[in-house]
Design a protein around this ligand. Sequence first.
Ligand SMILES: NC(=O)c1ccc[n+]([C@@H]2O[C@H](COP(=O)([O-])OP(=O)(O)OC[C@H]3O[C@@H](n4cnc5c(N)ncnc54)[C@H](OP(=O)(O)O)[C@@H]3O)[C@@H](O)[C@H]2O)c1
Length: 247
Amino acid sequence: MPNYPITQSPNHRITESPNHRITESPNHLIAIIGGTGKEGNAIAARFAKAGVRVLIGSRDAAKAQNAANELNARVGASNVEGYANRDATARAEIVLLAVPYAGMTPILEDIRDAAQGKIVINVASSLDPERKSRAKPPAAGSVTAEVQQFFGDAVKVVCAFQNIAPEKLESVEEKIDTDVIVCGNDKDARATVIDLIRRIGIDAFDGGALANAVAVEALTAILIAVNIKYKVRGAGIRITGVPRESA
Ligand SMILES: NC(=O)c1ccc[n+]([C@@H]2O[C@H](COP(=O)([O-])OP(=O)(O)OC[C@H]3O[C@@H](n4cnc5c(N)ncnc54)[C@H](OP(=O)(O)O)[C@@H]3O)[C@@H](O)[C@H]2O)c1
């Protein structure tokens, strides 16, 4: 795919919504692997509502198609389709991995060839399965780094969405009061993903290199600990000291 930030692509126009500035690109296609699940489906709903073309991916093509039909009906869209994970990856420009870390390896193997040359967004964190309020980074440093190692340099892997619960994403009309931090080794890929996320009513920030993804993923454990301690759902984070377009 071309390496430009979304706002500079030839086919974009900018629109204003009451709460945030969004850009529209009818040509962008995002595959959401595990889009049948809680987090992936909630992210898919946001993209669908914003007019981004979404391909729901599943290990089972029929399950993906059902989830796509349900999502179109729910958000009043027609831009969501469902495919088996590998087909969704092959058709998309950007691939978002929304599957549990514990079950990720066979899925990565399945989509490895189809993902070459694309941007892959990892939303998974590595948490201690015995106690999810504790971070447990893998040997690679982070799940995102492990995914990057798996695919090799032709795939541009970034982390995003680790710190937003599906409950927050599901209200597709609402501006979300938490930020997304995007880390990865390719700065153009980070910029593309940040633009894409801003289109769905979420402020996203460039968190620098892939080595920093460990902090984003560990923040998930901290937010789970905060949710437990303060008996809330969906604690989030904010970057301060940076002017915001949507302020
Ligand atoms: N839930 C949250 O609060 C939250 C917040 C931020 C980030 N995340 C991250 O988002 C990812 C998905 O979380 P989720 O809560 O949406 O998970 P989920 O609903 O349990 O699973 C998502 C999808 O992944 C596939 N899947 C489930 N278990 C699998 C396994 N053992 N092996 C292979 N595929 C499996 C299923 O899709 P098919 O059966 O259709 O293939 C499922 O619909 C995780 O990596 C999580 O860390 C979650």
